[in-house]
Design a protein around this ligand. Sequence first.
Ligand SMILES: NC(=O)c1ccc[n+]([C@@H]2O[C@H](COP(=O)([O-])OP(=O)(O)OC[C@H]3O[C@@H](n4cnc5c(N)ncnc54)[C@H](OP(=O)(O)O)[C@@H]3O)[C@@H](O)[C@H]2O)c1
Length: 441
Amino acid sequence: MKPIQVGLLGLGTVGGGVYEVLRRNQEEIARRAGRGIEVAMVSRRDTAKAKAVVGDTARVVADPREIVRDPGVEIVVELIGGYELARELVLEAIAHGKHVVTANKALLAVHGTEIFEAAHRHGVMVAFEASVAGGIPIIKALREGLTANRIQWIAGIINGTTNFILSEMRDKGLDFDVVLKEAQRLGYAEADPTFDIEGVDAAHKAAIMSAIAFGIPVQFDKAYVEGITHLAATDIRYAEQLGYRIKLLGITRRREGKGVELRVHPTLVPARRLIANVEGAMNAVVVNGDAVGTTLYYGKGAGSEPTASAVIADLVDVTRLATSDPQHRVPHLAFQPGQMRDVSVLPMEDVVTGYYLRLRVADQAGVLARVATILADAGISIDALLQREADEVGGEGSTQTDLIILTHDAREGAMNAALAELQGLPSVLAPIVRIRKEELA
Ligand SMILES: NC(=O)c1ccc[n+]([C@@H]2O[C@H](COP(=O)([O-])OP(=O)(O)OC[C@H]3O[C@@H](n4cnc5c(N)ncnc54)[C@H](OP(=O)(O)O)[C@@H]3O)[C@@H](O)[C@H]2O)c1
């Protein structure tokens, strides 16, 4: 059979990796796919650079629209990134009856519903394994491997840049700003790292996983998003003393009869959990299903060839399934299109989680009792407590100390009210630090 014809939109980090791995492993990949996979066209604004990569093995064009409109191209691989151009190209490819593979989480998080509806209407596939956790086949695991389960929750380290920064802060006891500069120098963080450090990239990926896990639309706009920019080295140290590590987690959880939680924020995780020990730029996702229990997926979340690995897995899937009846393919979002549920994402006020609190207080009698009473009145119970000696915190003769509290699970709304009251106490001397905590058992 003639090799299936592929067009690559973009030949940067991921596009270059896809071209190289397809070339290197072409025989093995064809044996798996049942036919060859051939890159027929590639696009890059700088066509000379593209030609230097592909030589005369593929047609090189500057305008990606040429690929989308070319009748010979059967699968379009979108590796340009961003929102508007990518959306336009993907929708046009679908309208021309082409299957699409993309690594673009931002696109799917924001325009996913429109794109999947268009794909369903035109009977084509949109595959997106590389959009979440790079080389880790988490989409496949959720959509196929775990299909017997009612997924209960997912928690993932799904942004390598922030995990690298947090690992460095813990290892070297340095503050966020210092480590960010170092990460930029080493190429672990972009010149404009906003999407990573503010948690937006992780929220894109969490929203996609949430849709697949629960059979609901992609609802990035409802996600609670908090990054790591305000995290202090002090809190990482105190968390460590209490047996926890702080990770930026993307979390989605089923709350029976109520809705789902969808949130990204720094989170205390027990140090003995495997995910707490995922260091540097690595990614990991923990999925809990009612039948299988807790499972863990670990690997490189970015990079040229790890991401290409995921893109090519999609290419093989699409090649295998291209001739099958659309009704019998694996559905894009794991659930059949007519079986999606309109389950709402809960407001942050209704999220239930544990908390780490750090209060800078006056070193005097009765403060702890007053704090404990306010928490108890709000229905929040204390799990562990750490009180530093004033001398340790503020030096000799200091009249201030830190009170560190871990709580059992509580509703965010109750915690907000208690924090407002605590913050008003004259003996509380600085803004209270609050970091959420998950046991992930
Ligand atoms: N890098 C990773 O490790 C990784 C991991 C997972 C997912 N992803 C996703 O994969 C996608 C691609 O990322 P990347 O890192 O490969 O990006 P990249 O290295 O910047 O490559 C982007 C490619 O698109 C082309 N391009 C950019 N703007 C264009 C425009 N307006 N018109 C035509 N072509 C344009 C660029 O070529 P010219 O500038 O020469 O035109 C380049 O070839 C993104 O959605 C990203 O989120 C990346």
